[in-house]
Design a protein around this ligand. Sequence first.
Ligand code: BEZ
Ligand code: FE
Length: 287
Amino acid sequence: MNDETIHPLTQNVLRTFADCTDPRLKQIMTALVKHLHAFASEVELTGEEWRRGIEFLTATGNKCSGIRQEFILLSDTLGLSIMVDAINHERTGDTTESSLLGPFYREGAREEAFGANIARTEGEPTLIRGRLVDERGAPVSGALIEVWETANNGMYEGQDPDQPESNLRGKFRSGPNGEYAFRTIKPTSYPIPTDGPVGRMLLATGRHPMRPAHIHFLIEAPGYETLTTALYSAGDPYVDSDAVFGAKPSLVIDYVPNDSAASAKEWDLPSPFFEVQRDFVMSRQLA
Ligand code: BEZ
Ligand code: FE
């Protein structure tokens, strides 16, 4: 859009920002108004349609509470959250790609010992292990690795009062060689909450609400960019159509059956179990 093609009504509004003393706010408001006006003009929005749009946004706000953030869900399902993530976490070299934190992260997980089992509900036993390294392959030791995933009913512990405290979430510290390991269950795909306006938007536009099975990781190490990511299960029916666009090809992992009785004994898991070997490549903080 160059200045000549901007509608006079839009120009009127843009002029009202002339005295804004915060240059970044001015830039954001100017672009927002330009794009909003261009959108209304492109689709020739009717008064009735905009009234329904405002009703939708009002319902979205009314759905928000201490435990529910419908606007984040709207941003997620419109791909805006993952776009903001992409803009701010450009992948350098072989560093591990980021993904969405999601609304079900809860602070205060317990720190567990290397290899601990975080599953307190039934599922397919799984060992997840690997190393934290930097871009040159050097170990990143002493990092905090926080993980969380849903139970087999598709709900996170914080959503479901029937799950035991700390089920399927925990914190681990990487060892001297950057190594980490924990036992858990193989995750399942699950629907994002659909009992609100965002769910109605998905239904009206012919979209499904499913996220492919995944385990969330939040990795913090001094001197490195914090890595918010997730590992998605290969073969999951929704891995190529994630409702919130967080699943990226580089984050898809295989759950490999391990039928070694000795390994099962070593890790105190039933035989066979699934094993995932996955390293994370951390990005150094720029000085
Ligand atoms: C999640 O993975 O927990 C999630 C992310 C975005 C929206 C809903 C759920
Ligand atoms: Fe999730």
